[in-house]
Design a protein around this ligand. Structure first.
Ligand SMILES: Nc1nc2c(ncn2[C@@H]2O[C@H](COP(=O)(O)OP(=O)(O)O)[C@@H](O)[C@H]2O)c(=O)[nH]1
Ligand SMILES: [Mg+2]
Length: 391
């Protein structure tokens, strides 16, 4: 066992240099702060008793294929102001209502106000919550001048199923791994918005820090086309901070009817499935665990796999245009995932699991806690948040 570990470390250091690109990956956003204001009501018409149109409302709604990143980049400073109601005119006494504004988010987002009071849980596509109401149109009771809309700052928070999501084909050893690293027996998570139930286990560290890990029912080839449970699976993957690829170093064969894939090909298929479903997913922080290293001949396979990954990384770095241009027909990925680390393990006998656990923690901290700090500092209210303890 030690032999493979030392050999691995040599290769791994070389690979690490190549993987520095991972540091520049886009931030994966799990929270956005927005400002919303309802439209003002239109003027009434005192002479004819005309009523002004009410202002438009601002809603947050869960829709398919949305991401919080879209919200973040779609509007400067995330200010959402609905349309004003029309004034009442002699010819059109009832002013037309202002245009509503809908902020589109992925399902699994909850909306709170600035004091963290929950306004709504948007679990399913179509779920909708009103955040700012348009002002009433001008009428006698408000002396014919339209009222202002309500306004406020809100937070859109993507609810996580777990901090870490396992990605792998059936039989890779995901369930075995979750059991081996969890403090308690993994529990089936009871999330109202999940149709497939992820198993969630809590990993506890020496200092009592806890990180949750979800073993999602296995991915199968063709998931992006929604074969089997594919889409539902991939939707869960979105709601984790870090992806842990669990790959049997011996490769994978779904059934005797299907082609045999070695570990490197397996990684690429997983990569491609994620990419075809939503390209943003391949930018999430990811760690690769190569499993079943206790088995006869596994060391050789490990070396082969690491070399294949390294060659692939080198190629994509030296010919970025070529890689970008690859079509999906030839089965190649456009953008190889740059793993933060590659860790050989045996879920069965425990080899490599301590290192895996500590790297998972480090990578999460690197990508999220620091990002939060940067975000908060740029919002200029880090002091206030720190004292209220809200992160
Ligand atoms: N030899 C060996 N077998 C393993 C290891 N991890 C899992 N297995 C076996 O591989 C099979 C599939 O494991 P499982 O955890 O159910 O895979 P899952 O489908 O990914 O959840 C089971 O028979 C496990 O006992 C390992 O590290 N070494
Ligand atoms: Mg399983």
């Amino acid at each position: 066992m030690m032999v493979f570990l030392t050999r691995f470390l040599l290769v791994s250091n070389k690979i690490k240099g190549r993987f520095q690109a991972g540091k520049n990956r886009h931030r994966f956003i799990d929270q956005v702060r927005i400002y919303a204001r309802g439209g003002g009501g239109g003027q009434g018409h005192p002479k004819f008793g005309g009523i002004g149109g009410s202002g438009g409302d601002v809603y947050v709604q869960a829709l398919p294929d949305e991401t919080l990143k879209n919200v973040k980049s779609s509007k400067r400073e995330q200010r959402y102001i609905a349309g004003p109601g029309d004034n009442s005119k002699a010819r059109i006494l009832q002013g037309v209502k202002g245009r509503d504004l809908i902020i589109k988010v992925p399902p699994g987002v909850c909306v709170t106000d600035d004091n963290n009071r929950l306004l709504g849980d948007l679990n399913k596509v179509g779920d909708k919550v009103l955040v700012a109401r348009g002002g009433e149109g001008g009428k006698q009771k408000n002396e014919w001048s339209g009222a202002k809309g309500t306004k406020g700052s809100f937070k859109l928070i993507l609810k996580l199923i777990a901090d870490v999501g396992f990605v792998g084909f059936p039989n890779a050893g995901k369930s075995t791994l979750l059991k081996a690293v969890s403090r308690t027996e993994p529990k089936i998570a009871d999330y109202p918005f999940t149709t497939i139930r992820p198993q969630v286990g809590i990993v506890e560290y020496g200092d009592k820090r806890q990180i949750s890990m979800a073993d999602l029912p296995g991915l199968i080839e063709g998931s992006h086309q929604n074969m089997g449970m594919g889409h539902r699976f991939l939707r869960h993957v979105e709601r984790t901070k870090l992806l842990l690829f669990v790959v049997d170093v011996h490769g994978f064969q779904l059934s005797p009817r299907h082609a045999y894939r070695n570990a490197f090909e397996t990684i690429n298929i997983l990569n491609k499935e994620l990419e075809l479903y939503k390209s943003e997913l391949v930018e999430k922080p990811a760690i690769l665990a190569l499993n079943k290293l206790d088995m006869e001949g596994a060391d050789e396979l490990l070396q082969e796999t690491l070399e294949a990954i390294q060659n692939n990384t080198e190629t994509s770095h030296s010919h970025p245009d070529m890689v970008e241009g690859t079509t999906e027909e030839n089965g190649e990925v456009r953008k190889p995932i740059s793993f933060e680390d590659i860790i050989p393990i045996s879920a069965k006998d425990g080899e490599g699991l301590d290192r895996l656990k500590s790297r998972v923690r480090e990578v999460i901290d690197e990508h999220y806690e620091k990002e939060r700090t940067v975000e908060e500092e740029s919002e200029g209210d880090v002091g206030r948040r720190a004292t209220t303890g809200v992160l």
